[in-house]
Design a protein around this ligand. Structure first.
Ligand code: C2E
Ligand code: MG
Ligand code: MG
Length: 685
């Protein structure tokens, strides 16, 4: 028994009727900071505070004399004066000296007690603080909110529990802002800053926010705790006034005042740099109808949603502003050509293609865009504004949902492009396209070993239209995908003919516009199947892409690149040197060939020489082959050969030729006797 007592993790003592310790175990004495010997023979009141002793002794004796219960939580003192909370229970039992003794067992619950207290305080704070607290899980779903949160946001607990925390976002921050916040929270464990949010009522408010991350023992994110307070009111009155003076409260966009300032700033820049500033006036078509039938608050929400879409058209340095009821303005700074402006305007129109969802309603809205340029169209900003407005009026007159330039010549050009875009749609069906082939020569041997397929458009009234004109249109209209597939089919068939008749190693280069390569249906053509149908493998063709495509390679681009590589289809970078020219990409994406842009070849007698040589050395080091484009003179050819260039393509050898003429060149190169007559006629069809 003694052995058990001395090892028991519970304090155990025997106290006689007078309160004297008869026996204590080591755990008991340790709880109070004494040794066993210190306590034996002493009165048990020694562990009680002075003021409690009289009543404790009375309860002790009452328990021994009359029975009942003695136990519970007690505030006691350790030898060093520290306050402890212990829990005890007692039993009485007969002793040798007549009166019963008391056996008491004791647990030190000081720590649990403190923790409980902390929790109670925390819970009180959580319930009563004026700071809103929201706890979300690793998937950003709300798992707890406090009363202040409910007061501040206007949402009820039931409305938010389990929902995504994204529902509180206002559109005043872009995706990048939230991405940065997420990054910082994960990297530093905490993020602090000012965030615009939206109350249930739709009202925007500024809150000071702290986000902390809670991780589990394995370091995995368990929760995020978001604590915030509304500082819209705390913001100095001056700030609010400044905001209200410059921004529109319905949409959060710059208002007319700020727009005017930005316009002046843009004009100053345009004058300094000699570049053009474009002013696009955007007016919603028939907005008044929506406002009148569905009410102003629906109208306001529609405007807010439309603004968020328009904001996507803004490039760095541009300004999109709300300058009137349903009137917006987009300032484009530093534009170099008209096509760029037109493309931006079409972007704006495109933003209206999808309906706007408000409550359960799908609203279709369109817009009209009027465009005026500074300094081309106007000497002053008032004039610019007036002209853009006039252009807008013209756009409305043309049946809305379209754009209109102020300058007649520009408008004519835009009309031509528009008509051309319409014609383009018919051209494919009416077989107005034709593929020409330009030889690519091995500089070492002087033989044609490859060719590039270049599409031509024989327009019924305009004659031959250059791909430089219609490829961008085909990209804009999405027609590039069927057109590109058609070109590829022609080129693959031609490759098969050339391989069979003249050169089993002959390779065909086929241009791919970024739109095609970003297209998920890229493999819809079934490159491998199409090649196999002609008895060819991937190596028979080489796809020419542009550097820009690799710069921000989306997953779709990556997977298309990988599909090509798996099929053995080679990849060339077209017009190398005019874009970003990043070496890292060449290596990362497993590129086979570089095509040096003809602007460098044209300058081989000057600055172009060093650049070409550098590109060639670098390409070879990375295991790539080099084709020089636009080789027009023998001198250029000789220089290229001397600096180690592998292939050349250009007018020196031949322009892009109809299939029959191209095959004639191949035949001549193959020597007499080749090819036979019916192969010729097959290629000329
Ligand atoms: P690219 O791929 O860089 O094609 C080379 C362009 O340079 C061709 O213009 C060709 O005719 C021209 N060229 C060739 N040798 C010389 C020369 O010695 N001197 C000069 N000054 N020019 C030369 P083209 O046929 O007008 O094509 C223009 C662009 O249109 C092509 O540039 C290519 O990016 C695009 N393109 C052509 N066909 C297709 C196609 O089927 N699909 C796609 N997506 N784009 C195509
Ligand atoms: Mg090309
Ligand atoms: Mg090129």
């Amino acid at each position: 028994m003694r052995a058990i007592l001395s090892r028991a993790p519970v304090g155990i003592a025997v106290i006689d009727h007078d309160g004297t310790y008869v026996s204590v175990n080591p755990t008991y004495s340790e709880i109070y900071g004494y040794s066993v010997d210190d306590m034996l023979g002493e009165n048990f009141l020694m562990v009680f505070p002075e003021e409690a002793r009289v009543s404790v002794l009375a309860r002790h004796q009452d328990f021994l004399d009359n029975g009942g219960h003695l136990g519970g939580e007690w505030a006691v003192l350790r030898r060093d004066g520290a306050q402890l909370t212990v829990w005890s229970n007692s039993v009485s039992f007969p002793s040798d000296h007549g009166k019963p003794d008391r056996l008491v067992y004791v647990l030190d619950i000081t720590e649990q007690k403190k923790a409980q207290e902390q929790e109670r305080i925390a819970a009180t704070v959580y319930q009563t603080t004026s700071e809103a607290i929201m706890v979300i899980d690793a998937d950003f779903r709300v798992i707890a909110v406090n009363p202040a949160f409910i007061r501040l946001t206007g949402w009820s607990q039931d409305e938010v529990m389990g929902r995504s925390a994204r529902m509180f976002r206002s559109d005043r921050h872009d995706e990048a802002f939230y991405a940065e916040m997420r990054r910082a929270v994960l990297a530093d464990g905490v993020w602090n800053g000012e965030v615009w949010d939206q109350r249930k009522s739709g009202e925007h408010y500024l809150r000071e926010t702290t986000v902390t991350v809670v991780k589990d023992a394995y370091g995995k994110v368990k929760n995020y705790v978001v604590v915030f307070s509304d500082i819209t009111t705390r913001k100095s009155a001056e700030d609010i006034i400044r905001w209200q003076a410059n921004y529109d409260s319905v949409t959060g966009l710059p208002n007319r005042h700020m727009f005017t300032e930005r316009l002046a700033e843009g004009a100053r820049q345009a004058t300094e740099t000699g570049q053009t500033m474009a002013l696009l006036m955007i007016d919603l078509d028939r907005f008044k109808e929506i406002n009148d039938t569905l009410g102003h608050s629906t109208g306001d929400r529609l405007l807010a949603k439309v603004s968020a879409r328009l904001k996507e058209c803004e490039r760095p340095g541009d300004t999109i502003a709300r300058i009137g009821g349903d009137e917006f303005a987009l300032i484009l700074n530093g534009v170099s050509d008209i096509e760029e402006i037109e493309a931006s305007a079409r972007e704006v129109l495109k933003r209206f293609e999808a309906p706007v969802a408000i409550d359960y309603e799908q609203l279709f809205v369109t817009a009209s865009v009027g465009i005026s340029l500074y300094p081309r169209d106007a000497q002053s900003l008032e004039e610019l504004f007036r002209n853009a407005d006039q252009a807008l009026y013209a756009a409305k007159g043309y049946g809305r949902n379209c754009l209109h330039f102020f300058t007649p010549a520009l408008q004519r050009a835009a009309n031509v492009r528009m008509r051309l875009a319409n014609d383009l749609r018919q051209a494919l069906a009416e077989r107005q396209f034709i593929v020409h082939y330009q030889p690519v020569v091995d500089l070492e041997t002087g033989r044609i070993v490859k060719a590039e397929a270049l599409v031509r458009w024989q327009h019924p009234t305009r004659g031959l239209v250059s791909p430089g004109t219609f490829i961008p249109l085909a990209e804009e209209t999405g027609l590039i995908v069927p057109l590109g597939d058609w070109v590829a089919r022609q080129a693959i068939a031609e490759t098969a003919r050339c391989r069979a008749a003249y050169d089993p190693d002959f390779q065909m280069a086929i241009n791919q516009s970024p739109t095609q390569f970003r297209n998920a249906a890229f493999s819809g053509l079934g490159w491998v199947g199409e090649l196999a149908r002609h008895g060819l493998t991937g190596g028979a063709i080489c796809l020419e892409i542009t550097e820009g495509l690799l710069l921000n390679a989306e997953p779709q681009v990556m997977s298309n690149l990988i599909a090509c590589r798996d099929a053995g289809i080679e990849i060339a970078i077209d017009d190398f040197g005019t874009g970003y020219s990043s070496l890292a990409y060449l290596r990362r994406f497993d590129i086979d060939t570089l095509k040096v842009d003809r602007s460098f070849v044209a300058e081989l007698d000057g600055a172009g020489l060093d650049i070409c040589e550098a590109i060639i050395v670098m390409a070879h080091r990375l295991g790539l082959q080099v084709v020089a484009e636009g080789v027009e003179t023998e001198r250029q050819r000789d220089i290229l050969k001397s600096i180690g260039c592998d292939y050349a393509q250009g007018f020196l050898y031949a322009p892009a030729l109809p299939a029959a003429a191209f095959e004639a060149m191949m035949a001549e190169q193959a020597g007499p006797g080749e090819p036979d007559a019916d192969r010729r006629s097959a290629s000329a069809e």
